[in-house]
Ligand binder design. Structure first.
Ligand SMILES: CC(C)(COP(=O)(O)OP(=O)(O)OC[C@H]1O[C@@H](n2cnc3c(N)ncnc32)[C@H](O)[C@@H]1OP(=O)(O)O)[C@@H](O)C(=O)NCCC(=O)NCCS
Length: 220
């Protein structure tokens, strides 16, 4: 379960920056927090995959029994500007992720969020590990005393989308397997005349012959 942290306030502007813990049972708050991480990680990147709100709800409303998690939201004058997510398993480094929205960077928000995580996990983990999503992330981590470990490049690729243009079916009765019945075959009108129907039937016959039930089939 998330654990409470004290409010952390920016040193040179003690009134405006407020860091608070997110209660995963407060779904609207959890969605806002997850959305903020998503938007912060996406800055300057073209194709981004991010955890959905539903996945976040499922993850945090059913927490791992031995993992301690802290979910933090940073606000300036009531506007959400940054978020942090950190998890600590016993005997392992704590995993930390931080995102600050583009228009609010270089104002110390990231540093305050990381400070809050460090404070919370002081007695829980002796090392922290962070994922970075940009050169700004690397520069920030280095400035906070982290070393660069693994460098990975992640990309999102389009999967080829197969268009269904036809189908065919063969009926085989387990009780009467000697004869199989070539049933419907259909090819979309604009795709006809290209041998698609024949190819579908041939492929289906090959599939039929791979079934043990068709071993005694003799007629089509
Ligand atoms: C990394 C990130 C959270 C930093 O947030 P931030 O609020 O801008 O960070 P801070 O203002 O607290 O910066 C603290 C120090 O980090 C360093 N730093 C931060 N961004 C930097 C940048 N773009 N270039 C160089 N140094 C940078 C500086 O030393 C800075 O201190 P300074 O402003 O007094 O020079 C933000 O850029 C972000 O959301 N990046 C995408 C997500 C990501 O990669 N997160 C990884 C976090 S480990």
């Amino acid at each position: 379960m998330p654990i409470p942290v004290d409010e952390h306030r920016k040193r040179h502007d003690p009134v405006s920056l407020r860091v608070s813990t997110v209660d995963p049972q407060q779904v609207a708050q959890l969605r806002r927090w997850n959305g903020l991480l998503r938007d912060g990680y996406a800055v300057g990147r073209q194709r981004v995959w991010a955890r959905s709100d539903d996945a976040a709800i499922a993850q945090f409303q059913n927490p791992h029994p031995t993992r301690r998690s802290v979910l933090l939201l940073a606000e300036i004058d009531g506007v959400s500007v940054g978020a942090a997510e950190a998890h600590a398993n016993p005997e392992e480094p704590a995993d930390v992720e931080i995102a600050v929205l583009d228009g609010f960077r270089r104002q110390g928000v990231g540093r305050v969020l990381l400070g809050a995580v460090r404070g919370t996990f002081r007695t829980v983990a002796s090392t922290i590990r962070a994922e970075t999503y940009s050169e700004a992330g690397v520069a920030f981590a280095l400035s906070e005393g982290l070393d660069v470990g693994v460098r990975e490049s992640r990309q999102v690729l389009d999967l080829p989308i197969a268009l269904a243009v036809g189908y065919t079916e063969i009926l085989l009765s387990r009780h009467d397997p000697e004869i199989v019945h070539q049933d419907d075959t259909f090819v979309e009108e604009r795709m006809r005349g290209r041998g698609i129907g024949r190819a579908l039937k041939a492929a289906n016959l090959r599939q039929l012959m791979s079934l043990p039930e068709s071993a005694s089939s003799r007629f089509l």
